[in-house]
Design a protein around this ligand. Structure first.
Ligand SMILES: Nc1ncnc2c1ncn2[C@@H]1O[C@H](COP(=O)(O)OP(=O)(O)OP(=O)(O)O)[C@@H](O)[C@H]1O
Ligand SMILES: Nc1ncnc2c1ncn2[C@@H]1O[C@H](COP(=O)(O)OP(=O)(O)OP(=O)(O)O)[C@@H](O)[C@H]1O
Ligand SMILES: [Mg+2]
Ligand SMILES: [Mg+2]
Lengths: 256, 256
C-alpha cells in the first residue's frame, strides 16, 4: 500500500533535506521501494543521493512545466530500492514557471497514479516557503513530517504553516494528516534543546516523534561525499537515528 | 550618506535573520541611525528585537499591499538608534498578496526616499527564496551581504542566486554590489568549516569578509529573550564578531 509523505516546513535550515534523504535511504535499506521527489529549487536532495547536477537531466520541472509523464523523470541511485526525481530548476525564471505550473495544485497528485504499484513510499522534499510548490507537495501527500530544529526561531515559525495545512485539508486534500513533528539537531547538553522539546510535546501531544535526531557531524559531512549518512558512516548517531525513524514509520504504517 | 544593505540567500537557515538583527544592533550601539526592515513572512527579526507579534501592528504588508507610506510603519525598539518595520504577513494568503504587490519590483525602492536623511543604514532581512519579495529587497538595496553557513549544502546553493543578482544588475538596479560573503556558524574544530572557507575565498577572491561568525550559543539563545546577542551577552564570541563586522562595514563605507 503506497504511502506518500511530504517533509515540509516554512522555516529554513531545519533539516528537511537531511530528513528526506536519510529517511528515504533508511527505508530503502529496510527493503521498501522508495521514490524521493525533490521539490526544492536548490536541488540538494539530488546531490546528497549522488545524482550530479547535470543540466541535461530531466526532473520535476518537466512535470510541472512541460507535462512530461512522471515515469520518464525517474533516476536510479546507487542504493537499491531508492529512486529519485531531481529538481532541475536552474534559475529564478524556471522557478517562476514552476510556480505558475503548480497553480494547478493537483498536478503532482494526479501524476502519481502511474507509480501507485511501483513504490511503497514516496517522499517529497519541500522548499522553505508557503509557495504553490509546497502546496502542490502537501496536496499530493497522505501525511507530513515537520522537522523542528531545537532552537527558538524554528519553534515559533509554525503559526502560518499549520494554518496552511488546515486550509489544504478543507479543500484540496481532505485526508492529509500530520505524521509527526521531528526534533532535529538536538543537543542534549543545551537548555534550549530541552526547552523546545518540552514545549513542542505540550503543544502537540501525541504528535511528536519519540525519536530525536541528534546534532551529528556525519549528517553534515555526508553530503560532501554525495552519500546519505547511512552509507557514509552507518554507526554514527545521526545515521542510527534515521534508521530508527524508518523502523518507527514502518511499524505504525504496516501495523494499521 | 544612507546605505541600504540586503541580507539575502536562497538557502534556508544560514543566519540571515541572525545577521540582520545583530548587525543592525551593533551599528546602533556604534551610534549609527538604523532601520531594519523584515521582508520575511516568518517575522523572526521583529521577535528578536523585542517587538511582540501583535496582530494589530502595522508592517511591511501595509506598504506592499495597502500602499501606506513607510514612515507610518516604523516602530522604535528598546535600543536607541534602532528602528524596525516588522513583517506583518500572517498567512499564506497575505504572503500571496505580498508577492503580487512586489511584482512592482521598485515599490520598496521608491518608498525609501522619505527616510533618506533620517537613517545612516537600512537593512533588509530577506526570506529563503528567489521570490518577488527577495527581488524587491535586492532592487532597493545598494549592496548585499550573503551569509554562508560553513556547510556543504549552503556552499553549493549559490548558482541561481548569483545569476539572479546579475539579472537585477542588468535591469532593475544597475548599481547593486555584493558587499561580501559572511561565513556563519563557523566551527574551527571541524574540517568542513575550514574546507568551505578555503573554497569560498578561492571562488570569490576579495569578496569574503575577514570576520567569521563562530557557532555561538548566545546567538541561538538570545532570541528566546527577545534581544539581540549584544544585549543578551555582549562578551560572547557571537556578539563580539557582529560588533567587529559592524566596525568593518563602517570603516569601508565611511572611508570611501
Ligand atoms: N542532525 C544534524 N546534525 C548536524 N547537522 C545537520 C543535521 N541536520 C541537518 N544538518 C545540517 O544543517 C544544514 C541544514 O540542513 P538542511 O539543508 O537539511 O535543512 P533544510 O530544512 O532542508 O534547509 P532549506 O530550508 O534550505 O531547504 C545542512 O548543512 C545540514 O547538513
Ligand atoms: N553563529 C551562530 N551560532 C549559533 N547558532 C546560530 C548562529 N547563527 C544562527 N544561529 C541559529 O541557527 C538558526 C538559523 O539561523 P537564522 O534563523 O538566523 O537563519 P535564516 O537564514 O534567517 O533562516 P531562514 O532561511 O528561515 O530565514 C537559528 O535558530 C539561529 O538562532
Ligand atoms: Mg532543503
Ligand atoms: Mg530568517
Amino acid at each position: 500500500m503506497l504511502k506518500k509523505i511530504a517533509i515540509a516546513s516554512q522555516k529554513g535550515g531545519v533539516g528537511k533535506t537531511t530528513t528526506s534523504v536519510n529517511l528515504a535511504a533508511s527505508l530503502a535499506i529496510l527493503e521498501r521501494r522508495i521514490l524521493l521527489i525533490d521539490l526544492d529549487p536548490q536541488g540538494c536532495a539530488g546531490i546528497a543521493c549522488g545524482i550530479t547536477n547535470n543540466r541535461a537531466m530531466r526532473g520535476i520541472y518537466d512535470l510541472f512545466v512541460k507535462k512530461v509523464p512522471i515515469v520518464e523523470l525517474i533516476y536510479r541511485t546507487e542504493i537499491p530500492y531508492l529512486d529519485i526525481i531531481p529538481a532541475n530548476i536552474w534559475s529564478n525564471i524556471a522557478e517562476e514557471e514552476m510556480v505558475q505550473g503548480s497553480k494547478n495544485r493537483s498536478i503532482l497528485a494526479n501524476s502519481l497514479y502511474e507509480v501507485t504499484f511501483v513504490y511503497d513510499y514516496i517522499l517529497f522534499d519541500c522548499p522553505p516557503s508557503l509557495s504553490h510548490i509546497t502546496v502542490a507537495g502537501i496536496t499530493a501527500a497522505d501525511s507530513i513530517i515537520i522537522p523542528v530544529q531545537s532552537e527558538y526561531y524554528s519553534y515559533h515559525a509554525f503559526e502560518s504553516f499549520i494554518k496552511l495545512i488546515r486550509t489544504i485539508r478543507y479543500g484540496l486534500n481532505p485526508s492529509i494528516e500530520i505524521e509527526g513533528f521531528l526534533l532535529t539537531m538536538y543537543d542534549p547538553r543545551t537548555r534550549l534543546s530541552a526547552n523546545i522539546k518540552q514545549k513542542l510535546r505540550q503543544r502537540f501531544p501525541g504528535k511528536v516523534f519519540n525519536i530525536v535526531i541528534p546534532r551529528s557531524a556525519a549528517l553534515a559531512e555526508a553530503p560532501a561525499y554525495k552519500q546519505p549518512a547511512i552509507l557514509f558512516n552507518i554507526s554514527s548517531a545521526g545515521a542510527q537515528a534515521y534508521l530508527r525513524l524508518a523502523e518507527e514509520i514502518i511499524t505504525s504504517e504496516e501495523k494499521s
